[in-house]
Design a protein. Structure first.
Length: 77
């Protein structure tokens, strides 16, 4: 039982670690990180790539950068 709970605890922070990777890529594209950008990156973490890209483009991130940022959120390094 302890191993199962320990494994779950280890995977949760990894998902959170991908939001900063996504927001850093957004910043590199020249767009400030807002609540909308963070929410979009969170969608990417939850594998909603289309929703993530759409939300980032609405926030002013260029299409290619938005796609890259969402992939960073969805796919841990």
């Amino acid at each position: 039982m302890t191993l199962v709970l320990g494994g779950a605890a280890l995977t949760a922070p990894a998902a959170q670690a991908d939001i900063p990777a996504c927001t850093n890529m957004v910043q590199q594209a020249g767009v400030g990180v807002t609540d909308a950008v963070t929410a979009a990156c969170t969608q990417g973490v939850h594998n909603d790539l289309r929703g993530c890209v759409n939300a980032l483009t609405q926030a002013g991130v260029a299409g290619g950068a938005a796609t890259g940022a969402c992939r960073m959120a969805a796919n841990p390094p």
